[in-house]
Design a protein around this ligand. Structure first.
Ligand SMILES: [Ca+2]
Ligand SMILES: [Ca+2]
Length: 287
């Protein structure tokens, strides 16, 4: 059931005769006033954040505050929780890092807000070529899950995300791996609703025709992590982060489109806010 329907239905119990359903709600000022008073406090939360993603931000380590990352000169002990590293030292000798996250609530709509600035070098040696959030544009990455985090299938080395609740994803089974390859769903989707712990492609956040893509936080989500999926040849066990120098900054918007619903002072403004919310709900359903 749509959120607005739930709100209006619950209000119907409070104010009999005011609301029967979302499309037939009464328009008297008192009903709208009461409706607005009962709107969820978080319905207007909207924010844009600037995030820096380093080449070392291993998406497979999302939320893994339980893991001790070994010094760059040592291999990860195994088997079990480990990222694969190059045998000989890399010129960079970069140590993997826990990916950054933003706080979210289930139902939040996340979109890329600004183009990225900077780039990441996936391969041995410092400097160019640097790749932005679209990765190196070549399909064929297929990386295995790590503990409770899913695998990744799709283009090589893009910006990816994963939603988590407050728990540490240190045990399996992981959720199903989403397939963003050309033979799967591809990368031109308009909206996506991943499950918890399911890695999803973000890329530059825009479809081929220029539409901003939407990512909906699943029920229970409290955090959305941003990082890089890497491995030798971008396939197999996750790893090969120890030559990933560089970083990029990218703007991430939460519930930024459509604009936030204001908190009005007069009854007639309450009415506008409610009608705006109904419109927003319809757009989301058809997105
Ligand atoms: Ca690499
Ligand atoms: Ca490099």
């Amino acid at each position: 059931m749509r959120k607005i329907d739930k709100i209006l239905k619950s209000l119907g119990a409070l104010v009999p005769g005011c609301f029967s359903n979302a499309t037939k709600f009464a328009t008297t000022g008192v009903c709208i006033l009461v409706a607005t008073m009962f709107l969820p406090a978080d319905s207007a939360r909207a924010v844009t954040l600037t995030i820096t993603v380093d080449g070392s931000d291993a998406i497979f380590l999302a939320g893994r505050t339980d893991v001790v990352i070994p010094p760059a000169a040592d291999p990860w002990p195994g088997p079990g929780t480990r990222l694969i590293r190059h045998g000989p030292p890399t010129p960079e000798e970069i140590q993997e890092t826990l990916p950054p996250f933003i706080s979210v609530t289930g139902g939040d709509i996340v979109q890329v807000a600004d183009p990225a600035v900077g780039g990441i070098s996936f391969f041995n040696g410092f400097g160019a070529p640097f790749f932005g959030p679209g990765g190196n544009g070549v399909d064929g990455s297929n990386l295995a899950p790590l503990d409770g985090i899913s695998g990744y299938i799709g283009p090589q080395g893009p910006l990816v995300g994963v939603f988590l609740d407050n728990s540490i994803p240190n045990s399996g089974p992981p959720p199903t791996t989403l397939d963003f390859s050309a033979g799967g769903m591809g990368v031109d989707f308009l909206s996506l609703a991943p499950d918890l712990a399911q890695i999803f492609y973000i890329g530059d956040g825009v479809t081929g025709s220029g539409d901003f893509q939407s990512f909906e936080a699943p029920t229970g989500a409290t955090r959305m992590f941003l990082g890089i999926p890497d491995g030798f040849g971008f396939v197999g066990l996750p790893g090969a982060y120890d030559d990933n120098d560089g970083s990029y900054r990218i703007g991430i918007g939460i519930n930024e489109a459509p604009p936030a619903i204001p908190i009005p002072a007069a009854v007639w403004l309450f009415g506008s806010a409610l009608i705006g919310l109904v419109g927003f709900s319809k757009r989301r359903k058809t997105a």
